[in-house]
Design a protein around this ligand. Structure first.
Ligand code: FAD
Ligand code: DHB
Length: 389
């Protein structure tokens, strides 16, 4: 089989790129290791930047997002008994949109299927060949049958555990990593959200986040130990712990119910450089990971897709390699800023096992500065709604 762009990974990055390329008549094939049901069953991000929404519009996939997405003009931050609001609208003129990654992925799959897009599921043993030549190809197997996909370019959209990043030789690749000494235990429950906006809570018992998907679907997270397993936490224990970490008036109105999903995610900051090697381009989690505190994971994947899509368009429509030649540099410049924001907000909001009394005082001082200083709130708002592409 031959295509113009071979896309490894059918998560949000790969699907969005495939659909955007399709709008300009550029052919692609998506190779996904899992089933569609598996990909749609993964509960992940929930906050979309305006830049992401614009890309979904460009891809012709934003109707349901516009109809069902919930606009948020600000967020609440709490510490101890203090609670304050950072107003995104006032500081940036831009809101964020609450719409789950599951829904984004569902809309993109639907669009690809409607336009006859080629997606191969259950692929195994994906290997990228000749990425540093003009004639790359991808070999893989489906049901034990070997296949080959010839292409002009390969987009590595296969997440943190994929093969694309490993294809770049070690003497070319440089990796930067910080692993945090805790995880997030998340649950989804068919209950009304405790508050109409998100609450990020720093408490002596650890971080908590109150989020949502819609008016009857809530998403809550608590900082947990890396050795915890989801099955160690009964729903009752989760709700009790959450109530202890959020302001008392919020805890009093929290509606609890059975969880319909419960999972633990470790927290990591990770960047690989460069994001391009020959005709292979890394996008999204394949190239970088942020701790989830700033809701930047999915949104940073989208900014990569923005740069790569424009680069590939320039190549096919104007025979110019300027866009693809500057892809890595442009994408990384924005990635590092998202890394900084996510690291800063994570450091501000969590309890660390080795935190000294001095470190705790610094956290409180910084939270008080953020609560009372418009410039600090402006900086947080600009980062949270998304820096310009
Ligand atoms: P992925 O979504 O990882 O998609 C990669 C795809 O490639 C997968 O479908 C995978 O099956 C496929 N694949 C992997 N290897 C191969 C292979 N060898 N061959 C073919 N296909 C392959 N972000 C937030 O902003 N907020 C959150 O709350 C949040 N929670 C998260 C929780 C977890 C457990 C994880 C892992 C991430 C979370 N993120 C969150 C981050 C966000 O979900 C990711 O940034 C986003 O999914 C990145 O999309 P992607 O398409 O680049 O990668
Ligand atoms: C959600 C996840 C985040 O990491 C975040 O910062 C905000 C919201 C969510 O899943 O809703």
């Amino acid at each position: 089989m031959r295509t113009q762009v071979a896309i490894i990974g059918g998560g949000p990055s790969g699907l969005l790129l495939s659909q955007l390329l399709h709008t300009r008549g550029i052919d692609s094939v998506v190779l996904e290791r899992k089933t569609k049901g598996y990909v749609l069953g993964r509960i992940r991000a929930g906050v979309l930047e305006q830049g992401f929404v614009t890309l979904m519009e460009e891809a012709g996939c934003a109707d349901r997002l516009h109809a069902e997405g919930i606009t948020h003009d600000g967020t609440l931050v709490s510490y101890g008994d203090e609670l304050f609001r950072v107003d995104f609208k006032e500081h940036t003129g831009t809101p964020v949109v609450i719409y789950g990654q599951t829904e984004v992925t569902r809309d993109l799959y639907e669009a690809r299927e409607k336009s006859g897009g080629k997606i191969e599921f259950n692929v195994e043993n994906v290997v990228i060949h000749g990425a540093d030549t003009e004639t790359p190809y991808v070999s893989y197997a489906v049901d034990g049958e070997a296949r080959r996909l010839d292409c002009d370019f390969v987009a590595g959209c296969d997440g943190f555990h994929g093969v694309s990043r490993q294809t770049i030789p070690l003497d070319v690749r440089r990796e930067y990593e910080k692993v945090y000494p805790f995880g997030w235990l998340g649950i989804l429950s068919e209950t009304p959200p405790v508050n109409h906006e998100l609450i990020y809570a720093n408490s002596p018992r650890g971080f908590a986040l109150c989020s949502m998907r819609n008016e009857n679907l809530s998403r809550y997270y608590i900082q947990c130990s890396l050795s915890d397993k989801p099955e160690d936490w009964t729903d009752e224990a989760f709700w009790q712990e959450l109530k202890r970490r959020i302001p008392a008036d919020q805890a009093a109105k929290l509606v609890t119910g059975p969880s319909i999903e419960k999972s633990i995610a470790p927290l990591r900051s990770f960047v690989t450089e460069p994001m391009r090697w020959g005709r292979l381009f890394l996008c999204g989690d394949a190239a970088h990971i942020v701790p989830p505190t700033g809701a930047k994971g999915l949104n940073t994947a989208a900014s990569d897709i923005h740069y790569l899509y424009r680069g590939l368009r320039e190549f096919y429509e104007s025979a110019s390699t300027d866009g693809i030649d500057s892809y890595s540099e442009k994408a990384l410049a924005r990635v590092w800023k998202a890394e900084r924001f996510s690291w800063w907000f994570s450091s501000l909001m969590h309890r660390y096992p080795d935190q000294s009394e001095f470190d705790l005082k610094m956290q409180v001082a910084e939270l008080e500065f953020l609560r009372s200083n418009k410039a600090a709130q402006q900086a947080m708002a600009e980062n949270y709604v998304g820096l310009p592409y």
